[in-house]
Structures are given as C-alpha cells and as structure tokens.
Design a protein around this ligand. Structure first.
Ligand code: URP
Ligand code: ZN
Ligand code: ZN
Ligand code: ZN
Length: 465
C-alpha cells in the first residue's frame, strides 16, 4: 500500500521526460511505473509536468545586514514564498558575527529555522574571518558534519578576505570535500568609483550600477578562477551577470579548471537603464552585481542554453522598499551606497525560467530541471536524496501546470517584502501542487502544509579531490 500516488503526469528529470505514476511510501519515492496501486491518497496529474521539487541554492534569510537594517524574510516567510514558487529545499547563508565561532553562528541559524520552515533547508557558511584555527580544525570539522559549502567575498569591506585566504579556503575545502563559492567584484575599483560618483553628486540608485562595472566583475572573476587553477581546486562563481565574466569561465574550463557557474533571474530580465528610469525607486533593483544591459542579458541566456551555467538561483535577498529597515535606510537618500543590496525573487525563479526559457524554446524540460534542482543537489552534496525523481529519493515533487497564464503582482506572492522587481511581467506556467518528503504542502495553489514541516538537511562532503 502506497501512502500517495501521483498518477498520469509527464515526469521530467535532468535526463528524461516520460509518462509515469509515482508511488510514495514513508516520504520516499518507492516506485515509478504504470498502474501502481493501491494508495491511501491519489493525485491526478494528467496534463501536468511532475518535476523534482526546486532547490534554490542561493537565498538570504534573516541574515544580519548592518545596524538598523533587517531582511524582509525570516525562515517562515522566506520558505513559504519558496514553496509557492515550486521549491522544496532552499540553501540560505549563515553569516557569523566577526570573532564569533562558526559553531555558534550555525546554532543561531538552526534555532531560527527549526519549527519555522515550509521547505527543507541546508546551510552555506559565509567565511569572513579566516584564521589558522578555522583552516586547521573548524572548517574540516564542519564539512564532515554536513556544512560542506562556504561563500567568500572579494567585495564589501566587512566581508572580503584576501587572495591568500581564498587560496587557503579553496585548499582546505578541496582536501575535505567542501565547495567554495566566490562573489567576484574588485572592491578597490568599486570604492574608487563610489567616492568619485559621490564627489560629482551622482547619488541616485542608478549610480550603484555605474560604480560596479562589468570590468570590476570580470577582473575579480579572472582572479578567483586563477586562484582555483593554481590551487587545483573546484570553484563556484555565483551571480554571473555578463559576457566578459562568462568568457573568463569558458577560458578557465578550457584550461581544465572545474568551475560551476551560476546566474539569476535579475540578469535575464533587468537592466541598469531600468534603475535610471525609476530614479529613487530604482532602490528596488539595487543588487550586486547590478543588472547590466540587453547584450549581457543575451549572453546570460546563451550561457544557460550552452551549459556555461549549471545553476540558476534566485539570490533572494529581500528588503522592504517602504521601510527604514530596508531600502529607505536612514542615509539612503544621501547616496546609493547606503541602500541595502539585494532583491526578492525566490518565488518567481522557476516560473521565470519556465516561461522565458522552456516555453520560448531556449531550453528543454530536462535542462530546466537540471538548472533548478538537480545541479544544485549535485553541487552541494544533497544528491541523490534531493534533486531528482528516482526510487529511494525523497518524495520532493512539484506538479507544474504548463498552461496557467498570469500577470506577476506582489499581492499574489508570499514573501514579506512589499514589492517585486517583476511587477507586471506576463508569465505562463506555474507550480500547482508541491509535495515535501511525501507530504502535500501546496494543493492546487493553496497552502495545506504546516510551518515546521521543513527540516534541516545536512550535506554530504564530496569525495576528497
Ligand atoms: O545584492 C545582493 N546580491 N545581495 C546579496 C548578497 C550577495 O552578494 O549575494
Ligand atoms: Zn554575492
Ligand atoms: Zn546572494
Ligand atoms: Zn525538526
């Protein structure tokens, strides 16, 4: 007797598309085939796609963001929004206070997450305080415990670490089966341009896009990839925004560097010109790297089509617009530099890629699944428990209605921001029913699961490389 059977759907994995029923027992996929039964409960998925639940490996939830600034989403609202967007797992970043042990920071995040999540969660660690103790003991121990991935920054004064420490991070992670993600922007170039812009009175949000130019991203991307090459370590380049950074990734790959590239919806749909047109309201689109131009959008699409990118993530980093704890931060009107960086997007990541990518013939369904689920699980040690539809995998399943047509409006979203950058966008296709480890969480668009149904999932270290 199955607990649940999903019948008559078109199942898609990263490798295949086929018609099948899926039988679920104890939260896992027990059988895939025809005429399965009986079951305590059945869902008819005729005319729908049956997909692995989305995994968004790049979201920011409840991350400390400076004095007086608060992220719009906590684990409840952030994972609720993710679930409505077809996701069953999200991977937020744990940012330790400087000087505080990583273990404590992780305990704080667990306390915030436990009992509050609608999706499963697994954590990345932001590594902002490199010490011999960290490389010698703490990081190897954390990787062994299931915290296998770290992010390092080449920008932001309070986060960035030196090239030498990036090398030490890459080396330690490689030796212990961890994964290193790098935010690539040249901090000194940006600082110089910020000071010049402010001197010239160029202080509106549009100038945020001008002080973080493509060249600053290209140089840092080149440098990060060089560090990966000399330390013979794999590397993940996150939120890639343009053709020049993409070119660096291809060139490194051709030299044998194992590099995973990630891009995000904002680099497909937004431009710097949008910020100019919106004047102060452009604060809604301030994120780093910033949106570029039409040619960059096309380059990112080509990277999605031709395999340069393995990961399509939201970089959901929500701040409320009409709020002094968000985009109206106390000094925000004196210079773009005081506007918190980041935009919401976890709920629209899959719908945007489906509508703009699959339905417009840019990618097929298996590639969509790879970019939104499977590759995230593989990159971050959750595969094959997560990220695929296979016997023995967690029954994390999104039943997708490919026909639904709608106009995006924030009122229909489930995050705790007060706007969406994609207001008014026409989309086709969306999640209809979402199943998390065998439990129906969203049923025909209505929330039926409980806060607390989502749980922490430790990642498995990669074989040492
Ligand atoms: O502006 C952004 N993307 N904020 C989030 C932090 C990051 O660098 O990913
Ligand atoms: Zn970043
Ligand atoms: Zn981010
Ligand atoms: Zn629990």
């Amino acid at each position: 007797m199955f607990d649940l059977i999903i019948r008559n759907g078109t199942v898609a994995t990263a490798a295949d598309v086929f018609e099948a029923d899926i039988g679920i027992i104890d939260g896992r996929i027990a059988q895939i085939g025809r005429d399965l039964g009986p079951a305590r409960r059945e869902i008819d998925a005729a005319g729908k796609y049956v997909l692995p639940g989305g995994i968004d490996s790049h979201v920011h939830i409840s991350q400390p963001s400076g004095a007086g600034i608060t992220m719009a989403d906590d684990f409840e609202s952030g994972t609720r929004s993710a679930l409505f967007g077809g996701n069953t797992t999200v991977m937020p970043f744990c940012l330790p206070e400087k000087g505080a042990p990583l273990r404590e920071a992780l305990a704080d995040y667990h306390a915030l997450a436990e009992g509050n999540c609608y999706t499963d969660v697994s954590f990345h660690i932001i590594l902002n305080d490199p010490t011999p103790q960290l490389f010698g003991q703490d990081l190897p121990a954390l990787i062994a415990k299931g915290y296998t991935s770290v992010k390092v920054f080449m920008t932001y004064d309070d986060l960035k670490i030196s090239d030498g420490d990036i090398l030490r991070t890459l080396d330690t992670a490689r030796a212990h089966g961890g994964t290193v993600q790098v935010h690539c922007e040249n901090e000194d170039a940006i600082k110089y341009l910020i000071e010049r812009a402010e001197r010239e009175g160029n202080i509106t949000p549009f100038f945020h896009t001008q002080v973080r130019p493509i060249a600053a991203e290209r140089e840092a991307t080149h440098r990060a990839l060089t560090l990966a090459e000399v330390s013979e370590s794999p590397i993940v380049i996150v939120h890639v925004s343009n053709a020049e950074a993409i070119g660096e990734i291809s060139a490194s790959r051709a030299r044998g560097v194992k590099v995973i590239g990630e891009t995000c919806p904002q680099y497909l749909l937004l431009t710097a010109e949008d910020l100019r047109d919106m004047d102060w309201e452009g604060a809604k689109l301030v994120c780093s790297p910033p949106p570029r131009d039409k040619a960059s959008q096309e380059a990112c699409w080509r990277g999605i089509e031709n395999g340069i990118f393995d990961l399509f993530s939201s970089d959901h980093c929500p701040f409320r617009y009409n709020d002094v704890s968000g985009k109206q931060a106390p000094k925000a009107k004196t210079s773009f530099r005081h506007i918190p960086n980041g935009i919401p997007g976890v709920e629209l990541r899959m719908p945007i890629l489906f509508s703009e990518g699959v339905l417009k013939g840019r990618i097929d369904l298996p590639r969509f699944v790879a970019l939104t689920a499977t590759n995230h699980a593989r990159a971050f040690g959750l595969y094959p428990r997560k990220g695929t539809i296979a016997i023995g995998s967690d029954a994390d399943i999104t039943i997708w209605d490919p026909e639904a047509e709608y106009t995006v409006t924030h009122a229909d979203l489930h995050d705790n921001a007060d706007y969406t950058p994609y207001e008014g966008l026409r989309l086709k296709g969306r999640p209809e029913t979402v199943v998390l480890r065998g439990k129906v969480m969203i049923e025909r668009g209505a929330l039926v699961g409980d806060r607390g149904d989502g749980h922490y999932q430790p990642a498995t270290p990669h074989p040492a490389r």
